[in-house]
Design a protein. Structure first.
Length: 305
């Protein structure tokens, strides 16, 4: 089934990939086996197809503005960002930012939830694009190969936030800090603005999520007006602020209190980057429906006026 999936993706990718993306994927350092994958299933020929789609959303739908891309190193890094928005569009756009804008381009290896491999069809795509199940062993191995790993320490506490808690950072897990200390990896804090309004949620259905075996089921605020379309993200304006590397020293087996103090430093840095993004924007969408449609179609606004 995986091989058939890969062939389908390859054929679709041929229609979407231009010379810019081919050049980008060729510059990404990878260690592939005889089947064309790395040890975690990453396949650059599939990943470039995902970046091609991400590029359209990046430039035309969410109209992402990023700052601080020079802070992404060419060696190992733990990229730590805020979570939210119900669907992982912020991870998609952050990964697209680093693939398109970093020099050299990097693949952010996102740490996905342990239930992700149970989703048919979607899970092979995630792994072919470089995402991995969030285990300490896999994360450590990737960092020891000088990869860049993306972590959202809020976990489902962050992604399942309601509208009332937008941009309020939830409790951070401590695992990323212990890994950073064990591997000598710098932490790159990132603040993302725009995703938390893309699917504003007013409630979570705990009983239904337990029945379905998933972390949460959200109730979109626009459900009465948009119907099923309310489950999809709106074209909100994204700002991605990438902070300077943070270096920490200490034992990975330190007490919870010691680790918590270091984690709080990262949390404060991300909070400051979020505030910077919120100060930049002039509104959730920032321009009217006519201009938004022009952007979505890739039209030159100034030339059309």
């Amino acid at each position: 089934m995986d091989r058939a999936f890969d062939r389908l993706v390859e054929r679709m990718g041929e229609r979407l990939i231009d010379d810019e993306l081919r050049s980008m994927i060729d510059r990404i350092p990878t260690e592939l086996n005889e089947l064309g994958y790395d040890d975690w299933g990453f396949d650059p020929h599939v990943a470039v197809w995902a970046v091609a789609i991400g590029r359209w959303f990046y430039r035309n739908y969410f109209r992402v503005e990023s700052e601080g891309i020079e802070n992404i190193p060419a060696t190992r890094a733990l990229v730590i960002a805020n979570h939210g928005g119900q669907l992982p569009v912020e991870g998609f756009m952050l990964g697209t930012t680093v693939a398109l804008e970093a020099d050299p381009p990097r693949v952010l290896r996102g740490m996905v939830e342990r239930w992700m491999p149970t989703i048919p069809f979607i899970s092979p795509l995630f792994f072919r694009c470089g995402q991995i199940v969030g285990t300490r062993e896999d994360c450590t191995s990737l960092l020891n190969r000088d990869e860049a790993v993306m972590v959202f320490p809020e976990g489902t506490r962050g992604s399942g936030k309601t509208l009332w808690d937008a941009y309020e950072l939830q409790r951070f897990g401590h695992g990323f800090m212990r890994i950073a200390l064990a591997t000598g990896t710098p932490i790159i804090p990132v603040g993302i603005v725009g995703h938390e309004e893309s699917i504003p949620s007013v409630a979570k259905l705990a009983s239904l999520s337990k029945l379905l075996g998933i972390p949460y089921v959200y109730v979109p605020a626009s459900l009465p007006f948009l119907g099923p379309l309310a489950l999809l993200p709106m074209p909100t304006k994204f700002y991605i602020q990438i902070g300077e590397p943070m270096f920490f020293e200490g034992s990975p087996d330190a007490t919870e209190r010691e680790v918590a103090l270091k984690v709080e430093e990262v949390k404060d840095a991300i909070r400051g980057l979020i505030d910077r993004g919120l100060e930049k924007r002039r509104g959730i969408f920032e321009f009217g429906i006519e201009e938004r449609v022009r952007h979505m179609l890739g039209m030159d606004i100034e030339a059309s006026q």
